[in-house]
Design a protein around this ligand. Structure first.
Ligand SMILES: NC(=O)c1ccc[n+]([C@@H]2O[C@H](COP(=O)([O-])OP(=O)(O)OC[C@H]3O[C@@H](n4cnc5c(N)ncnc54)[C@H](OP(=O)(O)O)[C@@H]3O)[C@@H](O)[C@H]2O)c1
Length: 254
């Protein structure tokens, strides 16, 4: 039986990854910050019997070390870094920069996945598939950057992650570990695609809802994104380690 560890699984894309891997017969170790409040995840665990839920705040190096010690004896086929911090947007605009907000972005999105990877390498080396997957972002690609300039903390921390993933792919190739960087696409994690036609959506997303309805923003469902990414992950071989790829298989520029 294959085992995958997925971070950030109480909502969004992470929850969908848990749903699909568990449905396909995988044993899933699902981490989140507050298991007691993760009602959908707990229901999924109870229904499938394949999901064990662990507490992890990856922004805290001490918590990463304590978590890694708790799961030290695992054999992991895939380590999937999904968790990340996106907002709030206001502190990420020129004129409103906030050092504490930047710190949270870098700790959560760049340092956390790196430290967790280092701590869990023995578990990945014991696994059969030896794959480490990172969810990157088109928003962290220098080559794809376009106006408006925003999300400085999120974009910068994802760009840092991207570079470190590339470094890791070089370090880990000799150890037979495949590293993958995947952009999930623009994914509807707030239910915007299911709003009734006359519902403008939440105030902070009303502009986005208009663009989506006008066909100007290609929002996709989490289920479709995750189905695409699982196929990619299945097929990713050591020869392709360190590549940056969209959920639909298209190669992306750095
Ligand atoms: N959705 C998109 O369109 C999109 C596009 C490009 C890339 N991505 C990437 O895809 C991944 C998933 O995105 P998503 O839209 O599903 O995100 P999301 O809905 O915002 O969920 C983020 C997850 O990360 C967790 N998280 C945040 N800070 C954490 C921390 N310090 N320690 C542990 N977990 C933490 C959250 O837990 P809490 O509930 O406790 O906050 C939540 O489970 C992210 O890496 C994101 O950058 C998403």
């Amino acid at each position: 039986m294959a085992t995958i560890l997925i971070t950030g699984t109480n909502r969004g894309i992470g929850l969908e990854f848990v749903r699909q891997y568990a449905a396909s017969g995988w044993d899933v170790i699902a981490t989140c910050r507050q298991p007691a409040a993760a009602l959908e995840l707990r229901a999924l665990a109870a229904a499938t019997g394949r999901v064990s839920i662990e507490t992890l705040d990856q922004a805290d190096p001490a918590d990463v070390a304590a978590f890694a010690a708790r799961v030290a004896e695992l054999e992991l086929d895939i380590l999937l870094h999904n968790a990340a911090l996106l907002g709030p947007g206001e502190a990420q605009l020129l004129g409103r920069f906030d050092a504490a907000a930047f710190d949270a972005h870098y700790r959560t999105n760049a340092l956390g996945p790196l430290l967790l990877t280092e701590a869990l390498l023995p578990a990945v080396e014991r696994g059969q598939l030896r794959k480490i997957v990172f969810l990157g972002s088109a928003a962290g690609s220098t080559a794809m950057l376009q106006p408006p300039a925003n999300l400085y903390g999120y974009r910068g921390s994802k760009a840092a992650l991207h570079l470190m993933v590339r470094n890791l792919s070089i370090d880990l190739k000799a150890r037979g570990i495949t590293v993958a960087l995947v952009n999930p696409g623009l994914v509807d994690t707030r239910g915007l695609l299911d709003l009734p036609p006359d519902d403008p959506g939440p105030p902070d997303l009303a502009h986005l809802v208009k663009l989506v309805r006008a066909g100007l923003v290609p929002l996709i469902r989490a289920a479709d994104s995750v189905t695409g990414m699982r196929l990619l992950i299945d097929e990713w071989t050591l020869e392709r380690t360190g590549q940056f790829v969209n959920y639909d298989g298209q190669a992306l520029p750095w």
